[in-house]
Design a protein around this ligand. Structure first.
Ligand SMILES: O=C(O)CCC(=O)C(=O)O
Ligand SMILES: [Fe+2]
Length: 351
């Protein structure tokens, strides 16, 4: 049995071993840096099993009834799953295989990728913001920015590039449809170029890797947070571990893996732009004792230079604005400057 590396952050981050490298040491228990204080751990008595987020058939997405159910889910739950979304199952399966292949690369290759990647295109990290957190999260992640074809071909890792790009091409069409439905319900007639820049001007494909953990009860896979996206489109594998905050603000609802489905959630940007009609709901991930889990979010983000704030079409209905107008890059930087802290990020945008 091995012991914890003396300089843990150096081992995880600079040597690019990640928590995958730590898990491969087969430690009997997790290093103290991962142990969450009692009040931060998931209280199992708060888990609700009788409720679940809606599952929506996306086949007839232009049908007004389907659009109503999407908006209803966005306003009441902030989270829903979609099936029959049009992305072929082979594209999803090939992507999941590619994610495993990527994280199974030797640390030297990951380090080489880190050293040679411009952070505006490719970022490899462990935990969330390890230099800003007092307790680490049991997760490694890769972020691939959906930049120009030229940058993608130059910098996305060859071991997963084709599968990631194929998925993004399909997903982009789906994202446009989802945003059109949500905007229509907010009285915005079309998704023109300016709105595209604001709502989907910078998309990031994330690969999340949660290795099996000897003490899943005491660590956070991901601590409670809401996403800073417009919307997030998440592909999860069949292991499970995602929980979303119930509407009472106290309970946690399990999001079961559904074969072929994508989990959609509203992010802070759409909560702000809809002046709180759409809800950006807190969620968290629990690690697994015996199995590695992966998940693949697309963070549909505004361009960094976009100004976000309540839409005029929403305020025209007589609403008082609850949020100010602010530069998205300021919001994004603020999110990463601290540990995950529930719904606190959005206070940065409140009037
Ligand atoms: O792994 C998951 O199911 C969700 C991950 C997540 O919430 C995130 O990456 O923002
Ligand atoms: Fe999230």
């Amino acid at each position: 049995m091995s012991s914890t590396p003396t300089n843990l952050i150096d081992f995880l981050v600079n040597q690019a071993n990640g928590v995958k490298g730590l898990a491969d040491l087969n430690l009997a228990s997790v290093p103290h840096q991962y142990i969450q204080p009692l009040q931060a751990r998931l209280d199992h008595t708060k888990i609700v099993t009788q409720k679940s987020i809606p599952i929506i058939d996306f086949t007839k997405w232009e049908d007004p009834d389907v659009q109503d159910s999407i908006f209803d889910a966005a306003t009441k739950w902030g989270f829903f799953q979609i099936v029959n979304h049009g992305i072929p199952s082979e594209v999803l399966d090939d992507l999941k295989d590619a994610v495993h292949r990527f994280f199974e690369l030797p640390a030297e290759e990951k380090q080489c990728l880190k050293d040679n990647s411009p952070p505006e295109v490719v970022r490899l990290a462990s935990s969330f913001s390890p230099y800003a957190e007092s307790v680490l999260e049991w997760k490694d992640y890769l972020q691939l920015v959906y930049a120009s074809e030229e940058k993608i071909h130059a910098y996305w890792p060859p071991i997963c590039k084709d599968q990631a790009l194929e998925y993004m091409k399909h997903a982009e069409a789906l994202i446009r449809k989802l945003l059109k439905v949500l905007l229509k319900k907010l009285n915005v007639k079309e998704l023109d170029k300016a709105r595209e820049h604001t709502l989907m001007g910078a998309m990031i494909l994330g690969f999340n890797y949660y290795p099996a953990c000897p003490d899943p009860e005491v660590v956070a896979g991901v601590g409670p947070h809401s996403d800073v996206s417009s919307i997030t489109v998440l592909l999860q594998d069949d292991i499970g571990g995602l929980y979303v905050r119930g509407s009472d603000g106290d309970s946690w609802i399990y999001v079961p893996p559904v074969e072929g489905a994508l989990v959609i959630n509203i992010g802070d940007v759409l909560q702000i732009m809809s002046n709180e009609r759409c809800k950006s709901i807190e969620h968290r991930v629990v690690a697994n004792r015996s199995k590695t889990r992966i998940s693949i979010p697309i963070f549909v983000n505004p361009a960094p230079d976009a100004v976000i704030g309540p839409l005029s079409e929403v305020l025209d209905d007589g609403d008082e604005p609850k949020y100010k107008q602010l530069l998205y890059s300021d919001y994004f930087k603020y999110f990463f400057s601290k540990a995950h802290d529930g719904k606190k990020t959005i206070e940065f945008a409140m009037i």
